[in-house]
Write a protein that binds this ligand. Structure first.
Ligand code: GLN
Length: 476
């Protein structure tokens, strides 16, 4: 079959009748079978996807098909898809079936996208390596001894290995951008509140954001345009009008931008040499292309990660209290009273990392430590957001690494949770500030592992981010 990078080319051929949706689904199903060892999918909806593809092929013929007709999408196992299993990579949700569609999923379906399956991820989206899944780790297709990143590891690998055209993931502290960087694909986390969280399993509700993976920037723009915007089921969604993101590539091809980079990010001892060199060469190329790139200081940098881990665990401990073995999911067999039902169901159902986060969250919220940790972290978060937004008074974008290193080895950091948390060093700023960020693939290191470069922008600047990302990807 002809190789396609962009969905718009697929769509052209679908319309011309030289390609069918059924063929497209079959192509991805073949890749899923061929690459089964990567463990990217938890459930594949093969028959259903083929049936739906056949129906959409008919619609295309009659000219009644939606905007995303023929787009084959995979869903991270944190997004509700009616009548399909949803487990957030956890045993505690064994047997749980979604009773409704997440708003983002509904909007994709309304435009005739085809959902091909449910993708593996870290349990409750907590992790940076996909090793916290109750269903085993996902392997990186660039080197199967290495992690794909997390928590949306299955979603990144699925795009990387051609198992679907686009994946939806979630990004609370980097879970779309970090695996995108490790897998050499593009990953966007939009502004907090750009996309409804209705039907997204909650981790840290003030950070959680649905994000999009693809190898093609235009695919991501087209999908965002469909899934973003107000929703009656999520009162935190912004009413900010949704621009026609897919037209971002038609205009302003020669616009020159002002870009900042944070000196401390490039000087960080944790940063792998080749990633630093990649960013420096990108900065040089941008300057040569007529853009302004300047170094800035961001003294709060070292406080971002601790702030994130205090607030995200606090919110997680509260969000996860609903999984108690009473109403749905796993219930321990070995119970004597209500207390033991709660305790044993949760102890058996949740994995180690989730338990650690619940304990940490309860600790920072406990009455003796609330002010010292939780209240303080809230204040620091506000400062980080203000200082970050100040940068955008003078600059359009900040450029930084997505990750300190390229994909690490499976098992390398599992015994060292603190080291694992450091993998999020550069991704959490966008979440703590609530602003959009994108990870763009930028070559490989000496081991052939993908390198990701991150661009972040002010609130609701996704349109500009798309335009600049295109410039960026076209540069050498
Ligand atoms: N790795 C981060 C964490 O474990 C981010 C996770 C995410 O964005 N869902 O919290």
């Amino acid at each position: 079959m002809k190789e396609y990078l962009h969905f718009c080319d697929i769509q052209k051929d679908l319309k011309e009748g030289t390609l069918t949706c059924v063929e497209r689904v079959q192509y991805h199903l073949n890749n899923i079978t061929r690459k089964q060892h990567l463990n990217a999918f938890l459930t594949v909806y093969a028959e259903e996807a083929l049936e739906r593809a056949a129906q959409i092929d008919k619609k295309i013929k009659t000219g009644t098909a939606g905007k995303l007709a023929g787009l084959v999408v995979g869903l991270k196992d944190v997004l509700a898809y009616k009548d399909h299993p949803l487990q957030a990579g956890s045993k505690i949700l064994n047997g749980f079936i979604s009773q409704f569609n997440a708003t983002a999923v509904q909007r994709l379906l309304d435009e005739d996208a085809i959902i091909i399956g449910r993708q593996n991820c870290d349990e409750f989206a907590m992790g940076s390596s996909n090793e916290n899944s109750a269903f085993g780790p996902v392997l990186n297709d660039a080197d199967t001894t290495r992690v794909p990143g997390g928590s949306s590891g299955g979603s990144a690998v699925a795009v990387m290995a051609g198992m679907c055209q686009v994946s939806l993931g979630s990004d609370t502290g980097g879970s779309v951008r970090q695996p995108a960087a490790f897998c050499g694909v593009i990953g966007l986390k939009p502004t907090y509140s750009r996309i409804s969280r209705y039907g997204l399993v909650a981790y840290g509700s003030s950070f959680d954001c649905i994000g999009v993976f693809s190898k093609s920037l235009t695919d991501i723009a087209e999908v965002l345009e469909v899934i973003a915007g107000p929703d009656q089921f999520d009162s935190t969604v912004s009413n900010e009008p949704v621009p026609s993101y897919s037209t971002a590539f038609d205009e302003n091809k020669n616009k020159k931008y002002k870009v900042a980079y944070i000196r401390e990010t490039l000087n960080s001892p944790a940063l792998q040499k080749e990633i630093r060199e990649t960013i420096i060469s990108k900065i040089d190329a941008l300057k040569a292309d007529g853009h302004t790139v300047e170094a800035i200081d961001f003294p709060l940098l070292e406080y971002i990660l601790p702030t994130y881990y205090i607030l995200a665990t606090a919110e997680a401990s509260s969000n996860l209290s609903r999984f108690d073995g009473v109403r749905y999911g796993h219930r321990s067999k070995d119970i004597s009273d209500l207390q033991s039902l709660y305790k044993k169901s949760r102890a058996e159902g949740f994995g180690k990392e989730v338990q650690r986060r619940i304990l940490l969250g309860n600790f920072v919220l406990s009455s003796s430590y609330y002010d010292a940790y939780y209240t303080k972290a809230q204040k620091v978060r506000r400062l980080i957001r203000e200082k970050t937004k100040e940068v955008f008074k003078d600059y359009n974008f900040i450029i930084m690494p997505t990750t300190p290193t390229t994909a690490f080895k499976l098992g390398e950091l599992t015994d060292n949770p603190l080291e694992m948390y450091l993998a999020d060093l550069f991704s959490v700023q966008a979440n703590v500030a609530g602003i959009p960020g994108i990870s763009l693939p930028c070559g490989n290191d000496a081991n052939g592992l993908p390198i990701g470069v991150q661009l972040i922008a002010d609130d609701f600047r996704e349109f500009d981010l798309f335009q600049f990302s295109r410039v960026f990807l076209q540069m050498n």
